[in-house]
Design a protein around this ligand. Structure first.
Ligand SMILES: Cc1cc2nc3c(=O)[nH]c(=O)nc-3n(C[C@H](O)[C@H](O)[C@H](O)COP(=O)(O)OP(=O)(O)OC[C@H]3O[C@@H](n4cnc5c(N)ncnc54)[C@H](O)[C@@H]3O)c2cc1C
Length: 471
């Protein structure tokens, strides 16, 4: 068994989970050589490409993550798609170069919502919209913001982010890092009404109190909540008794429900509807014979006693020209790694990846959203990483054969993965490249009195990071 000091570990995914895992690993087993791969030229995963641009306090986490990577004991290797032998490197190859591989690949796509009409033009996944407004390099630059009435399906913070970003006037985003194409798209939006639909009652909403209250402070947007949507069963009472957060959410919603709707004066409205189960996206053919979204059909529900909702058979059609489903994210498989296609996670036991026989695969670990599913805030990826690294260190201590095929090949073979990738034509980006890109984005921002302006095209991000373009 190789001594811990000579361990070589690859971490796949430079989101918060991968970075916290690298940080904890370097402190738990000092001397470990850690390479942190990401398929994007820039690090930070959903902190950069998920968190809404008008949440600068959360975006500031980038500064804390920067500090970890600036130390130099974790080597960032960006622009490398793990699982793709042409544009990156395969898991099998990593297995020959490293003693252990930790998968921290997160989630970037929408979970499905299986209702008729969900694929009509005008029906979108929240994750795709989030990727667009956060300037993700791999999504189209334009977004069809043509609807004046919009439905958002979901009762979590992502639904609130999407609804707020749709309802907000672009002037109120001008201090943020949004790129020019996003500002242009939002400025052209004719939206007047955004309707958020939740299946259950106010006490079952998964909103954070702070995110919810924030809606009440959006300039020229009125929040409307309807008293007939208020129902509390024994399950609701228990939820409120158990959680201060739930009580705060219900209190905020109750305040809004008591307001006189006649007092709504803003040019845009954000409606929060409870006890509505989406059953169908309705379409109507336009003059060009293309059938597009024309309404969302929901069924009124009632609470069953334990906080769950049952249908009443009463259908309601809300005229909308666009529907966004914010019903959760879903992980994607990494070729060569076991995947649970139902739960959208890598099967694991405390972070030890499990093979088809249910036994841990030596040397293969998972952490973050791909380990436990796409729920939880950035902070929870830290405790997650602690568990995974504890188990990895335990395996090292117990001499459990980490990657039998890989041990010895990596540290002693003299093969450096960056040379191997460059020879393959993969234009890798590194920590110094991220420093160049940050400086460039900050310079762009400074010219406009903003903290930064994001660079969107992948080629431009890569060129700046590789020193081919300077600000
Ligand atoms: C819309 C939205 C808003 C959010 N807002 C907040 C908020 O305000 N506050 C908060 O605390 N939390 C927020 N979260 C939650 C937070 O983003 C997550 O808890 C956290 O990002 C999960 O971390 P992760 O590292 O597991 O995954 P991710 O952040 O998804 O990172 C995974 C990384 O792996 C990379 N990757 C994937 N596949 C490969 C591959 N094959 N090869 C190489 N690299 C790969 C990706 O490019 C990515 O960089 C939000 C989430 C979303 C979706």
């Amino acid at each position: 068994m190789r001594s811990p000091v000579n361990l070589r570990v690859a971490v796949v995914g430079a989101g918060p989970a991968g970075i916290y895992a690298s940080d904890i690993l370097s402190r738990t087993l000092p001397g470990t050589a850690i390479d942190l791969f990401d398929r994007l030229p820039a690090p930070y995963g959903l902190v950069r490409y998920g968190v809404a641009p008008d949440h600068p306090r959360i975006k500031a986490i980038v500064a804390a993550l920067d500090k970890i990577l600036a130390r130099g004991d974790v080597r960032l290797i960006g622009n490398v798609d793990v699982g793709d032998e042409i544009g990156g490197i395969t898991i099998q190859e990593l297995g020959t170069l490293y003693d252990a591989v930790i998968l921290a690949t997160g989630a970037i796509r929408d979970a499905d919502l299986d209702i008729p009409g969900i694929d009509l033009p005008g029906s979108f996944g929240a994750a795709d919209f989030v990727s667009w407004f956060d300037g993700h390099p791999d999504v189209p630059r334009t977004w069809p913001l043509e609807a004046s009435q919009i439905a958002v399906i979901g009762a979590g913070n992502v639904a609130l982010d999407v609804a707020r970003m749709l309802a907000k006037h672009v002037e109120d985003l001008s201090a943020t890092e949004i790129p020019a194409n996003v500002a242009e798209g939002l400025a052209a939006s004719p939206v007047t009404d955004v309707h958020v639909f939740a299946r259950r009652g106010p006490a079952q909403a998964k909103f954070s109190p702070l995110e919810l209250r924030e809606l009440g402070h959006v300039p020229d947007v009125d929040v409307l909540v309807y008293p007939e949507d208020f129902e509390f069963d024994a399950g609701s009472e228990a939820a409120m008794a158990a959680s201060n957060q739930t009580r705060q959410v219900v209190a905020t919603l109750t305040d809004w429900a008591l307001k006189d709707p006649e007092e709504a004066r803003a040019s845009r409205r954000l409606h929060l509807h409870f006890l509505h189960r989406p059953v169908e996206v309705l379409g109507e053919a336009g003059p060009d014979d293309v059938t597009r979204v024309s309404a969302l059909r929901t069924e009124r529900t009632t609470l069953a006693g334990d906080g769950s909702a049952v249908g009443t058979g009463v259908l309601v059609d809300t005229p909308v020209q666009a529907v966004y489903r914010a019903v959760g994210y879903f992980g994607s498989p990494v070729p060569g790694v076991p995947f649970d296609h139902v739960a959208g996670v890598i099967p694991n036991d405390g972070g030890r990846v499990l093979g088809e026989d249910g036994a841990p695969i030596p040397g293969l670990y998972a952490t973050g959203w791909i380990k436990r599913g796409p729920v939880g805030l950035i902070g929870s990826t830290k405790s997650d990483a602690q568990e995974t690294i504890r188990n990895l260190a335990e395996d090292v201590g117990a001499g459990v054969g980490l990657r039998a095929g890989g041990a010895g090949a990596g540290a002693d073979s003299g093969v450096d993965v960056i040379d191997l990738l460059e020879e393959r034509g993969v234009p890798v980006t590194t920590w110094s490249g991220w420093e160049l890109l940050q400086a460039h984005e900050r310079a762009l921002g400074e010219a406009e009195g903003r903290e930064r302006v994001k660079v969107v095209p992948r080629e431009e991000m890569t060129a700046i990071s590789r020193g081919a373009l300077v600000s």
